[in-house]
Design a protein around this ligand. Structure first.
Ligand SMILES: [Zn+2]
Length: 302
């Protein structure tokens, strides 16, 4: 697995030089586009698969015999358009056929608009989650603006160029792109292929198996399993070391987590990897640790 980190000290110095105290926006100027491109990470998962993102965004592109499949689309259509251009260059093709949303949250679906010709696949509940969010655009804008402001405050208290500063700067850039998309009415693309329990699609050389286990992190979490690549894509269900929100889950949600993690456990071997919706790559050991957290929670609740 080869990881290509485009963030470099030189780039951060360039960003600092360019903006001094005032941070960048996602507006379409050459310099701002250069800054965004300089902050994007590319991780090669195998010879057919790339994961691309900026800060907590993680957009995966899989080159299959029947076209490119995208798993999760990121927080901003504008930002994901940058990812799309990189994917086209790296894979030397642009036949995007499917975008799969692992759930309906905006930081996984707002980039759908960057893939205008692809069919968007999601669980049926994702549609309602997205409509609920975008029914009040003023609220969306206010929330995103507030998040950007919080990062501005955080950045003022950090040493420029430090690792914490770089991380906050990237997150600030990411949220600002989402905010500007909302202000500029960038299209929200809703899923157009929905399923209830499972969906299986052959892409020629690989099979996409999509499974819903019930409400867990959201109302619409699915797992995408690609057996030929030994990969499970789990959205925001699983993170290394557990999830802070786990304490607030009810019995049904914890049971659904249990079903999902057991489903993975019986199918995976030591060489399989689990990739979450924010770019963490987990091995069997990480998942075994999560199983213990789920079992502990079940013991508490029953
Ligand atoms: Zn989420």
């Amino acid at each position: 697995m080869k990881k290509v980190l485009i963030i470099a000290c030189a780039v951060i110095s360039f960003v600092m030089l360019l903006f001094g105290g005032s941070l960048c926006s996602c507006a379409q100027s050459v310099n701002n586009n250069q800054v965004i491109d300089s902050l994007i990470n590319i991780t090669r998962l195998n010879d057919k698969t790339l994961m691309i993102g900026l800060a907590a965004d993680a957009v995966t592109a899989i080159a299959t015999q029947k076209g490119i499949v995208i798993i999760d689309a990121g927080i901003s259509g504008t930002l994901t358009s940058h990812y799309r251009i990189i994917i086209e260059k790296e894979l030397n093709r642009n036949d995007f056929v499917y975008v799969i949303n692992t759930h309906g949250h905006h930081d996984h679906t707002s980039g759908n608009s960057a893939f205008s010709k692809a069919t968007i696949i999601a669980h049926e509940n994702a549609l309602k989650e997205m409509h609920d969010r975008w029914s009040d655009t003023a609220k969306v804008k206010a929330r995103l603006k507030n998040t950007v402001k919080q990062y501005d405050v955080m950045l003022k208290g950090l040493t420029q160029g430090s690792s914490d500063w770089k991380e906050a700067f990237c997150q600030r850039t990411r949220y600002n792109c989402a905010y500007e998309d909302a202000v500029n009415n960038v299209e929200v693309r809703y899923p157009d292929m929905l399923f209830t329990d499972t969906l299986h699609t052959s892409m020629g050389d690989v099979n996409l198996n999509m499974i819903y286990f019930g409400k867990a992190h959201s109302e619409s979490d699915i797992i995408v399993y690609i057996p030929e690549m030994k990969m499970f894509f789990v959205g925001d269900l699983f993170f290394k070391g557990g999830r802070p929100s786990f304490d607030t889950l009810d019995k049904q949600q914890v049971d659904n987590y249990h079903k999902a993690i057991e489903w993975i456990a019986v199918r995976s071997s030591e060489s399989d990897i689990v990739i979450n919706g924010h770019g963490q790559i987990m091995d069997k050991g990480d998942m075994d640790s999560f199983i213990e957290i789920v079992r502990k929670k079940i013991a508490e609740l029953y």
